[in-house]
Write a protein that binds this ligand. Structure first.
Ligand SMILES: [Zn+2]
Length: 237
C-alpha cells in the first residue's frame, strides 16, 4: 500500500535557487539595505522588516514588472519533475512561504506551476503598499511573519504523515513538527544542532531519490517528537 503523505515545500531558496524575496525587495524597495541590517542585527522582527520594505516600494507592481522580475530567476532544475512525482504518487503538494504572493505567483506562472496551491503573505492593492499577514499566529514566536506550522497542520488530513522540504529560518518551526524532513542551508544546521533527524539534500533530484528509497524500504513512519509537538500545538491554538 502506498504511504499517505502530505508534502509541504518552502519557496525562496528551496524552489527558487536563490532567496527571491530578498532579491524582490532589493529591487523594488528604496529602504532595503537599512531594513535588512535592522533585521539581521535583531532591531526589527520579520513583520517590522516587511512593513519597512513593503511601504517603501515605489515601483508600480503590475503584470509587466512582476513578469520581468520572474524571468530573471531560476527554479531548481528538478522541481517540475518532483511535482509530477507527487502527482503520480497522489501526494498533495503545498507551497508554504513567508514571502509574498505577488512574486511567487509570477514565478510559478512562468514555469506553468500555478496549479500548485500556495500560502504566502500578500500586499494591499493601494499605494503606499502595506503587508498583509493572513496566516500569522499569535501563539508562535518563531522567526516568521506568518508561522507555517499552523498551515501545515491544518492542511494535513488526519491519516497523513507530513513531509517538509526547506532551507531557512522560516522553516524551522514547521519542520520540527514534520515526520520526514528534507533540509539544506540554515534549516539543515538547525536540525543537526537540535538533533532532529533529517535528509540533507542539494536539489529536488536528491529529494526524489531519497523519498523513493525511504518508501521502498518502508522507512516512512511517524516521528515521535513531531507527534508530541503537534499535539501540544493543537492544545495551545
Ligand atoms: Zn512558528
Amino acid at each position: 500500500m502506498p504511504q499517505n503523505l502530505s508534502v509541504f515545500c518552502d519557496f525562496d531558496g528551496t524552489i527558487t535557487t536563490i532567496d527571491t524575496g530578498d532579491a524582490f525587495f532589493e529591487e523594488f524597495s528604496s529602504d532595503f539595505e537599512r531594513s535588512m541590517q535592522r533585521l539581521v542585527q535583531g532591531n526589527d522582527t520579520v513583520r517590522e522588516y516587511y512593513k519597512r520594505v513593503v511601504t517603501t516600494i515605489e515601483t508600480t507592481l503590475n503584470e509587466d514588472t512582476l513578469n520581468h522580475f520572474a524571468q530573471r530567476y531560476q527554479i531548481d532544475a528538478y522541481f517540475t519533475e518532483f511535482v509530477r512525482f507527487c502527482q503520480q504518487m497522489s501526494f498533495p503538494l503545498t507551497i508554504v512561504s513567508d514571502g509574498f504572493k505577488e512574486y511567487i505567483k509570477a514565478i510559478l506562472q512562468l514555469h506553468g506551476l500555478e496549479h500548485i496551491p500556495f500560502f504566502a503573505n500578500t500586499m494591499t492593492a493601494t499605494y503606499p503598499l502595506q503587508p498583509i499577514f493572513p496566516f500569522a499566529s499569535e501563539s508562535c514566536t518563531c522567526f516568521c511573519a506568518s508561522c507555517k506550522r499552523n498551515i501545515v497542520m491544518e492542511q494535513t488530513p488526519p491519516e497523513h504523515l507530513i513531509v517538509y522540504i526547506g532551507d531557512g529560518h522560516s522553516d524551522m518551526c514547521a519542520a520540527s513538527h514534520a515526520d520526514i524532513i528534507f533540509a539544506k542551508g540554515a534549516l539543515a544546521s538547525y536540525c543537526s544542532m537540535e538533533r532532529i533527524p533529517h535528509y540533507p539534500y542539494r536539489t529536488f533530484f536528491d529529494v526524489m531519490r531519497l523519498m523513493k528509497s525511504a518508501i521502498e524500504q518502508k522507512k516512512i513512519r511517524p516521528r515521535h517528537q513531531a507527534v508530541l509537538l503537534r499535539k501540544k500545538a493543537y492544545e495551545t491554538e
